[in-house]
Design a binder for this molecule. Structure first.
Ligand code: MN
Length: 193
């Protein structure tokens, strides 16, 4: 059985960019529902003794396991998302991470531009990602509960662009949400470690 991972900060710590009310719905209702639903779906099945990434990879592209894939993906994606943010975030990456960004994107500005573009152009619900794959960093987007983990990639940072992540605060202005997220919330120090 999977348990909810505690938030690494207080519910109101990301205010005003992701206020407490939004976190209460997002963490307390949406994320909780994915964890509860996954537990119900895997009970007494072959998935029960698997780890989260193992479940995602086993259920990937299997129509009969679509619901397990969706919920396991959303549990994984949200757990990375909570860690992808920090109060007082948004500072420029440093050290080896900064060097790798320069190598793979040219500059931090260019990486931010690519992340923003992926987040804004994801049609409907989904996620924008920075991933580590084949010895380099790259940006990608996925729909709904899909996750780079299913393709054997290593996700580093993700941005939730389901409307439940921003609609209470930004309504239809997804680009505005993503800009604020990159300027004030993204947690590069977690990756540098
Ligand atoms: Mn979400």
């Amino acid at each position: 059985m999977f348990e909810m991972q505690p938030l690494p900060y207080d519910m109101d710590a990301l205010d005003p960019y992701m206020p407490q009310t939004t976190m209460e719905f997002h963490y307390g209702k949406h994320y909780k529902n994915y964890v509860d639903t996954l537990n119900k779906l895997i009970k007494d099945t072959g998935f029960e003794d698997m780890g989260l990434e193992e479940i995602i990879q086993a259920a990937y592209q299997k129509p009969e396991h679509q619901a397990v894939f969706n919920n396991a993906g959303q549990v994984y994606n949200h757990q990375l998302f909570w860690k992808s943010m920090a109060p007082d975030g948004g500072k420029e990456p440093k050290g080896r991470l900064a060097e790798q960004i320069k190598k793979d994107f040219g500059s931090y500005e260019k990486l931010k531009e690519e992340l923003k573009n992926a987040a804004v152009t994801q049609f409907g619900s989904g996620w924008a990602w920075l991933v580590w794959h084949d010895g380099k960093l790259s940006v990608m987007k996925t729909a709904n509960g899909d996750t780079p983990v299913a393709r054997g990639m290593k996700p580093l940072i993700n941005i939730d662009v389901w409307e439940h992540a921003y609609y209470l605060d930004y309504q239809n202005r997804r680009a505005d949400f993503v800009e604020k997220w990159l300027d004030h919330l993204v947690n590069w120090p977690a990756l540098e470690e």
